[in-house]
Design a binder for this molecule. Sequence first.
Ligand SMILES: Nc1nc2c(c(=O)[nH]1)N[C@H]1C(S)=C(S)[C@@H](COP(=O)(O)O)O[C@H]1N2
Ligand SMILES: [Mo]
Length: 323
Amino acid sequence: MANIIRKPAWALSESLATPEDVFLNRRQLIKGWGMAGLGLAAAATLKPGRGFAAQDATADLYPAKRNPAYTIDGDITPEDINATYNNFYEFGSHKQIWKAAQALKTDPWDIEIGGLVEEPMTIGFEDLLRRMSLEERLYRHRCVEAWSMTVPWTGFALADLVAMAKPLSSAKYIQFETFLDPDVATGQKQSWYPWPYVEGVTIEEAANDLGFMVTGAYGHPMQKQFGAPLRLALPWKYGFKSIKSIRRIHFTDKRPVSFWETVGPGEYGFWANVNPGVPHARWSQKQEKVLQTGLYIPTQMFNGYSDQVAHLYKDMKGQQLYM
Ligand SMILES: Nc1nc2c(c(=O)[nH]1)N[C@H]1C(S)=C(S)[C@@H](COP(=O)(O)O)O[C@H]1N2
Ligand SMILES: [Mo]
């Protein structure tokens, strides 16, 4: 499959290929049409907010205690801004997918954990959550498209999930997969994309404290557009590594080939660590546009998380660590 994707040139990730300003302007435009066409009432009923998460069976676990070891300088991106500007190609290759994403049915939600592990299992999302201890962490998020945000995620350490699965010594990587359901996620009818969305990390990366399995945001179960019910947050890597709506977690000795790596191998790689000094094939990574303010700030090495993760990559020669 990986080698025989036929995709029209224009399909190469519209938003990844479009300068951010065009997107923001387009967003304003769509907003304008929305007001004219649908009227204010419709816009108000569909306003993103806590409502979508309230019925969740795990809602009693929130808000979780904030872990002060994971904090940020500056402001948290407001939830309504973050919740209406998303990358979730399953629901469309643009940023305004939040309404479409409400079609995703997140309960029941089984997660299959398998491959090179002692304890392969299929576990319901609620069971999994009640086995883990939830905490809140403030994280930065840096999209490869050069915009950034800050989020109060709630979840549990990826390392705890690995401990539960008990990988065999032959397991070198973990592959994550998103759900596949083109009837619900109509973006998955775009057959030139290699669905389902796949991502991966090494076992060493997964053992690092920063890797976080996200179940909530802003003090409650996360809204569907963020990748409910379970997503990854790898804040030292470009945002596309933080895979949403995970169904399958597979331990393997083969390096996973991720969704974007399949789509554009010359532009998106396996490691994808943030580095302001290494430009993307089509744009600079020196700066990033902050989602709330629209102001540009310098991008930091490993997105500001060098102390925690730089050692992981010290002795890797000849690897494309920053794309
Ligand atoms: N399954 C899936 N996961 C995904 C994506 C996607 O399209 N599908 N987009 C990625 C990208 S490019 C980014 S920047 C983040 C966006 O997360 P947010 O919408 O919560 O800000 O999700 C990542 N995870
Ligand atoms: Mo991204």
